[in-house]
Design a protein around this ligand. Structure first.
Ligand code: HEM
Length: 338
């Protein structure tokens, strides 16, 4: 939904402030609208201003307009207070300040995440080109295999990991935009992973003589990760992007989506580490004593493990959780009103 100053003003008038801020409320609204019009390029400050207000008293639609409490749905009641539960429990304002001071680590953490991602991709490419003969397709099935590790790691570790972090990194972007970006990154990861799987199945089926499929623990764990990932995308799409799904259903599915996403990411990381070890052993690289290829394989594994742990860390720290922007709240109000 695009918010214009006039629609914003109209919607904003249907809100009341819980913490006795009725006095002066109109002037606050006027200020909102003026800022919206005059400082479109300063939306960050505007959002911060609104968040400061919501930290003291949560904006909500007029209770009178929504009828008696007993008639409201569970989801609607739950969404009246848009401050995260944990922040509310510990005392809004204090925690908001703690939250802001913690945010100063975000650029460093993200810098390390981006650095590790680059390192992982560079290691994979050096390994493939320097030690494994580069890339080919079905004419050379043994070389076609090389697409498998590279595409699996790029899709299910790097792209998936950054897809998990979009809400925390681009926290000042509107929620609708972030949902779309998250879904596009995840479906791209799924497509690349499918090409990676095609490469490994071809490399088995087109070999002379053909090699058995799906007999290793790595292949079982890997396939489980890809299937769960595909289901997770489908359920996520239906729940969060499909029009007309009830807000209460969305919010009750959300914790499962977050938990499932991190578990599948863990499964994919495990599969990638197992795949590296398996390839090192299967292709009889001189793994012992330590050789240049062995060191590269081990370093790639360590870099993948560190990257995944860092992504899970950033994704599970409540201080880095994105706070709703005023326009998200208007969007939510629209959905509740439907
Ligand atoms: C998240 C990442 C990964 C997933 C989901 C995954 C998944 C799979 C699957 C489903 C197979 C079975 C193919 C078949 O049986 O024909 C397979 C095979 C294989 N993968 Fe991966 N893989 C991943 C990463 C890697 C990596 C990084 C390597 C490192 C070289 C690797 C090495 C292998 C090897 C050597 C095989 C053939 C032997 C076997 O079937 O286990 N994989 N992978």
């Amino acid at each position: 939904m695009s918010v214009t100053p006039s629609s914003f003003a109209a919607d904003a008038r249907s809100y009341t402030f819980r913490s006795g801020q009725k006095k002066g409320q109109d002037s606050i609204l006027v200020l909102y609208v003026q800022q919206f019009e005059l400082h479109k390029d300063r939306r960050l400050r505007f959002a911060q201003f609104a968040r400061n207000l919501t930290a003291v008293g949560t904006t909500r639609r007029s209770a009178a307009a929504r009828g008696p409490l007993s008639q409201r749905t569970r989801g609607e009641k739950g969404s009246q207070n848009l401050i995260p539960k944990k922040e509310k429990r510990k005392g809004g304002e204090m925690n908001r300040l703690a939250n802001e001071s913690e945010m100063k680590w975000m650029p460093l953490l993200y810098g390390v995440t981006a650095g590790l991602s680059t390192l992982v991709v560079v290691f994979m490419l050096v390994w493939t080109f320097h030690f494994r003969g580069g890339f080919a397709w079905q004419d050379f099935p043994a070389i076609q295999f090389n697409w498998h590790p590279v595409l699996m790691v790029v899709s299910l570790i790097v792209l998936y990991g950054h897809g998990i972090l979009v809400y925390r990194l681009l926290r000042n972007e509107p929620k609708k935009k972030l949902k779309l970006l998250h879904a596009i990154m995840m479906i791209t990861a799924l497509l690349l992973a499918s090409v990676g799987l095609k490469a490994v199945f071809d490399s088995h089926n087109l070999a002379e003589p053909p090699i058995d499929n799906l007999y290793t623990l790595h292949s079982w764990v890997g396939l489980a990760a890809v299937i769960c990932f595909a289901l997770q995308w489908l359920f996520g799409f239906v729940a969060f992007l499909f029009p007309g799904v009830r807000h209460s259903l969305r919010s009750s599915y959300m914790p499962l989506h977050v938990f499932g996403g991190l578990m599948i990411f863990g499964l994919a990381t495990t599969a990638a580490l197992m795949g590296l070890l398996e390839k090192a052993i299967f292709s009889r690289v001189s793994y012992a004593p330590l050789t240049a290829e062995g060191i590269l394989i081990n370093s790639t594994g360590i870099a993948i493990a560190s990257l995944s742990l860092l992504i899970v860390y950033i994704a599970t720290r409540w201080q880095y959780k994105r706070q709703p922007l005023p326009e998200d709240e208007l969007l939510l109000a629209d959905q509740l009103a439907e």
